[in-house]
Design a binder for this molecule. Structure first.
Ligand code: TA6
Length: 294
């Protein structure tokens, strides 16, 4: 409780932002303003929910999500870093999503949005997995729109490469009727076909397991959801790849209930596959996404 009290004293904003023990006892920041409500777990700097005022929740969170120290959470926005996808015996999607982050700053901006800044640095455990010195910072701006900026700084003496993702799970009414616009004409690597390189023709619809790394994607994507009668726009910067994922019915996951796949789609702002980022000592890279209901 002392930890939570100290967070509230240092970073709480009366009536808008408070820290508390969340699901599984994990510390969370709970945000509630005239513009939006949201919750962020300090483990993984993981945005668990975001709901603009007067709208339905935009992010999807599994009903079977596990909340425990060191375990990734299924849903919301896991931060995959410093690698995206599997890496030999080191597990999938890096360690940033499983580590406790610290709170660096909080504020209410001129537009009445909560700005929350969380950070992570190297220690013995991160070096055992990835032997580099770094400073990682996630800035979340939570209002009628959601802005996420992940900044990586190389604080070491040697260059390093990263791949990364703001692995965003969106809530949709019915995946079978959902379409993703903005990827027509782009090449993609299809994980369900041994990473075959294929080209997207027209808008993307869903009729089975979909797991693709779209390449050279700088423009906006739109999720068209006729069931929830909305369009979600994802704009981005510092990212040349977009991953789209839905596991469909056959893939059994302990932290996803049967049938839940129908209510979600991941459209991820990434630097993945061949789109790795190299940072020389002292260099910084910013990956950002801006999400809005059109
Ligand atoms: O982003 C798509 C993906 O890489 C899929 O291949 C799928 O495995 C998914 O991420 C979830 O990964 P996770 O490690 O969270 O189970």
């Amino acid at each position: 409780m002392h930890f939570i009290n100290a967070l509230n004293q240092g970073f709480g904003i009366a009536g808008c932002l408070q820290f508390e023990a969340g699901p599984g006892g994990l510390p969370v920041a709970t945000i509630g303003t005239a513009q939006a409500s949201a919750q962020v777990a300090l483990q993984g700097a993981h945005l668990l929910s975001w709901q603009p005022a007067g709208q339905q929740p935009v992010l999807w969170l599994s009903s079977a999500a596990e909340f425990a120290p060191g375990k990734p959470v299924r849903g919301g926005v896991p931060v995959c870093w410093p690698w995206f996808g599997p890496l030999a015996d080191k597990g999938q999607h890096g360690f940033a999503r499983n580590r406790p982050w610290s709170v660096r700053a909080s504020a209410l901006d001129a537009e009445g949005r909560v700005v929350l800044c969380l950070g992570l640095g190297a220690d013995g455990q991160t070096r055992a997995l990835w032997d580099h010195d770094f400073d990682l910072e996630l800035q979340l701006t939570l209002g009628q729109t959601l802005e996420m900026t992940l900044r990586t700084r190389n604080t070491g003496a040697a260059a390093f490469d990263i791949t990364q993702a703001l692995h965003t799970y969106f809530r949709v009414g019915d995946i079978g009727q959902t379409r993703v616009l903005g990827l027509a004409g782009c090449d993609y690597l299809d994980k369900t076909q041994a990473m075959a390189r294929l080209t997207q023709h027209g808008d993307l619809g869903f009729g089975g397991e979909t797991d693709r790394v779209y390449l050279d994607t700088a423009g906006d994507c739109l999720i068209d959801d006729p069931v929830l009668r909305r369009r979600i726009r994802i704009a981005k910067a510092g990212s040349r790849s977009t991953v789209v994922w839905n596991p469909w019915a056959d893939k059994v996951m302990a932290d996803m209930a049967p049938g839940e796949y129908a209510g979600m789609v991941c459209v991820e702002t990434c630097n993945a596959g061949p789109d790795a980022v190299t940072l020389a000592p002292g260099q910084t890279h910013a990956l950002s996404a801006r999400i809005a209901l059109d």
